[in-house]
Design a protein around this ligand. Structure first.
Ligand code: PEP
Ligand code: MG
Length: 572
């Protein structure tokens, strides 16, 4: 048995077999072929096309059986591309006329079509561009003999990878993936956040040894609560974890009673418990877990894994869907927060020494009307279909807030002139995630309808600890007395001005911290769907008075370790 310890990034326990996702750098060797090699390359092309068709047909059938015809249609569309009367001759001509090897020929043709389609205004046609790319890469991988991991997901497995991008994570079939393990990452890296929103246990930041030693098909236990990973566990550990898994499942069952209950403290005070989302697929788990709204919609995911900015129309559809699905429950849409660990390659921003301290979030939007205005127009237009609110990220000064609000006013005026419908009284809030904003929270509170504390960044900027660096991950903690004081200061300043305060950083779902947050008066807790029910249960065990008394004691403690130990002693 080998025990490896990483960062517990998404709760839950998994017992299963491993599947290692090696980094697939697809390097195509471009070769100019001679006339007498043409037939050989054409033959390779046709055999790869046949293999691609066969695997797509299989995927289509499997998906239809397990997830329904609608989900399977994506593979139907891919198959049609391989039968298209223009596409195949284009591959062949590239080999024959340009004397290129098959892999390079396919790649060139696919790139050309994908660029042509993705430049189109029509969303449907643009989508076809990415389908062509997907199909093309499937054929190229076959030609190069590179395995496609998503095709290997036949049984339930634990995926091991260097790192997983949010789009990798989103593509996995959540019925098959028991857990994620990654070499890189931290609790607040976006891969970890995605795993939590999918409800899949994850341990990240396991270091390079993991990837070097890992092999397929090894028995493994993943403890997403403690960060422990056991390779080839011995019998007693296996028994212990089988019990823990059963207990975990029983707890999940017990928590179901909170699904339809409004979040309340023991003395009956109502508190809001809401979910964080990155795309519309996250809405169902939030509702299923009893979420009372959305406290943070990270819209940057709409901008990622594509070749150009999403249009106003595309965004409008997504925000409208979120508004409609949530009905009268609030949905707080955060305006674009790129930069830091969220890069948009197509925007071609210059490389920076310190991306987290650089050109990111509202700083980009205030300079780029062409990005900010279409997003604001889309949110405002969608606001007539539900209870949407706007929230600005990374505000560090009153000037930034005023400027952002002025742009909202401009956009409202434009929409009115065009005769478009929208909620003219839409609430506008801002994130508190930079210490400078806390220090002037009294000024800022006069200008907005609400605050939401982003502890992931607030901790990073307060303790000067990179949130993505696993080497210093233990330092990135909400238990640091400075962070606890900043949270209290923010809430006091806001309440003095009569506005409410939420928290949408990961600390809001930290089960030990909840009594403190309640005690200092937090009004709304926004978290990954998986933590909602547990949070409701914990809140139901505390009266406001008890929580206030504990908060006072906690504020006397001088170190994060003292705070952490104390919080564990008061757990109910
Ligand atoms: C935060 O910083 O706490 C936050 C919620 O925003 P993000 O994690 O997307 O930076
Ligand atoms: Mg942030």
């Amino acid at each position: 048995m080998i025990l490896v310890k990483g960062i517990a990034a998404s709760p839950g326990i998994a017992i299963g077999k491993t599947l290692v996702k090696k980094d697939q750098k697809i390097e195509i060797d471009r070769k100019n072929i001679s006339e007498d090699q043409v037939d050989e390359e054409l033959e390779k092309l046709h055999s790869a096309l046949a293999e691609a068709k066969e695997s797509l047909q299989q995927l289509k059938e499997q998906t239809a059986e397990k997830m329904g015809e609608e989900k399977a249609e994506i593979f139907g569309a891919h198959l049609m591309i391989l039968d298209d009367p223009e596409v195949i001759p284009a591959f062949e001509d590239k080999i024959k006329d340009d004397k290129l090897n098959a892999a390079a020929a396919v790649k060139d043709v696919v790139d050309k079509y994908a660029a042509m389609f993705s430049a189109m205004e029509d969303e449907y046609l643009r989508e076809r561009g990415s389908d062509i790319k997907d199909v093309g890469m499937r054929v190229v991988k076959i030609l190069l003999g590179v395995e496609d991991i998503s095709d290997k997901l036949e049984e339930e497995i634990v995926i091991i990878a260097e790192d997983l991008t949010p789009s990798d994570t989103a593509q996995f079939d959540t019925d098959k993936v028991l857990a994620f393990l990654t070499k890189d990452g931290s609790r607040t890296s976006h891969t970890a956040i995605m795993a939590r929103s999918l409800g899949i246990p994850a341990v990240v930041g396991l270091g390079s040894e993991l990837i070097e030693k890992a092999e397929d098909n090894i028995e493994i236990i993943v403890d997403g609560n403690s960060g422990k990973v056991y390779f080839s566990p011995d019998d007693s550990t296996l028994e212990e974890y089988k019990e823990k898994l059963a207990e975990y499942k029983a707890e999940q069952k017990r928590l179901e009673t909170y699904q339809d209950k409004k979040a309340k403290t023991k003395d009956g005070t109502e508190v809001e418990v809401v979910g964080n989302m990155g795309n519309v697929n996250d809405i169902a788990p939030i509702l299923e877990n009893g979420g009372e709204g959305v406290g943070l919609f990270r819209t940057e995911f709409l901008y990622m894994d594509r070749n150009q900015l999403p249009t106003e129309e595309e965004q409008f559809k997504v925000y409208k869907e979120a508004a409609e699905k949530m009905g009268d429950k609030p949905v707080i849409i955060r305006t674009l927060d790129v930069g830091g660990d969220k890069d948009l390659p197509y925007l071609d921003f210059p490389e920076e020494m310190n991306p987290f301290l650089g050109y990111r979030a509202i700083r980009v939007c205030l300079e780029r009307d062409d990005i900010f205005k279409p997003q604001l127009r889309a949110i405002l237009r969608a606001s007539q279909y539900g209870n949407l609110k706007i929230m600005f990220p990374m505000i560090s000064s009153l000037e930034e807030l005023d400027e952002a609000k002025l742009i909202v006013e401009d956009v409202k005026k434009e929409l009115k002139e065009e005769g478009q419908q929208f909620n003219e009284d839409i609430d506008i809030g801002m994130m508190i995630e930079i210490p400078s904003a806390v220090m002037i929270a009294d000024f800022l509170a006069q200008e907005v309808d609400f605050f939401s504390i982003g502890t992931n960044d607030l901790i990073q900027y307060t303790i000067a600890v990179d949130r993505t660096n696993e080497k210093i991950a233990p330092m990135h903690t909400p238990y640091h007395p400075a962070v606890l004081r900043l949270i209290k200061m923010t809430i006091e300043a806001a309440h003095n001005e009569g506005i409410w305060v939420g928290m949408c950083g990961e600390a809001a779902g930290d089960e030990y911290l909840i009594p403190y947050l309640l005690g200092v008066g937090l009004d709304e807790f926004s978290m990954s769907a998986v933590s909602i029910l547990k949070t409701k249960e914990i809140l139901s065990k505390w009266t406001i008075e008890e929580a206030k008394k504990e908060a006072e004691k906690i504020l006397e403690l001088k170190s994060d370790t003292a705070v952490k130990s104390y919080l564990k002693t008061i757990e109910k």
